[in-house]
Design a protein around this ligand. Structure first.
Ligand code: FMN
Length: 214
């Protein structure tokens, strides 16, 4: 039975565009894989603790020689990596915060990019291969070519680099841009761009599986 790993990271539980899109993706995936399972992780609801000295040092010690604190902290890395490795496909709902990802998402990535678990220590090769990944992102502004903020997008390149390090290189991005135009009256003139971008993102999510999304 195929498994979809569905992760959300918006701090907003209501009105979140990235959550709306990732949920639509998961619904469409379920439609295509009726016998499949969706593993859901909400990084805003269940925060991943930052990496600490115990989790970092544990990787250099044989498992049987680890202290209880090392076992506990590194155990979380192992749990998250096992969850990741068991998935056949991944969808990540990621807003742009301060030109990059939310810190909750960064804390998660710091625990899945682990030499020995997801990276071959000798060769540096990523070990998480064959997992088609879709990132649905929401941004308040636009980073399209020709816009004033072109070049300020550190979200997509960072996610590509970090996931690529562990072998996840089949990554597609679906961006909903200018979302703040629907919230901030000063940006009302850009509402048509927001509406078009959201509509394009919804179509891309729908087309990702070739089945209708409600
Ligand atoms: C802490 C914070 C920082 C943000 N920084 C940016 C930013 O750098 N660039 C941008 O375009 N939008 C930024 N935004 C706006 C969000 O990207 C936008 O509201 C988006 O829709 C959030 O995703 P969500 O709808 O899934 O919650 C920021 C929002 C928050 C809360």
């Amino acid at each position: 039975m195929p498994i979809l790993l569905h992760i959300d990271s918006s701090a907003r539980r209501h009105g979140s565009v990235s959550r709306e899109l990732s949920a639509a993706f998961a619904d469409a995936w379920r439609g295509k894989h009726p016998t499949g399972t969706v593993t859901y992780r909400d990084l805003a609801e269940t925060r991943i603790p930052h990496v600490d000295e115990d989790s970092l040092s544990a990787g250099f010690v044989l498992p049987e020689q680890r202290t209880p604190a090392q076992r506990s902290s590194f155990g979380l890395n192992e749990q998250l990596v096992a969850e990741l490795l068991s998935a056949d496909e991944i969808v990540l709902g990621v807003p742009m915060y301060n030109f990059t990802v939310p810190s909750t998402f960064k804390a998660y990535v710091d625990r899945i990019v682990v030499p020995g678990l997801t990276l071959d220590v000798e060769t540096g090769q990523g070990l998480v291969t064959g997992k088609r990944t879709t990132v649905v992102s929401a941004r308040g502004g636009s980073y399209a070519p020709g816009t004033p903020r072109e070049g300020y997008d550190f979200q997509e390149p960072w996610i590509r680099a970090a996931l690529g390090l562990i072998g996840i290189d089949d990554v597609r991005f679906i961006h909903a841009e200018m979302t703040l135009a629907n919230v901030n009256p000063k940006l009302a003139q850009f509402k048509h761009i927001a509406d078009q971008s959201l509509s394009d993102a919804q179509s891309a999510v729908r087309d990702a599986h070739g089945v209708a999304v409600a």
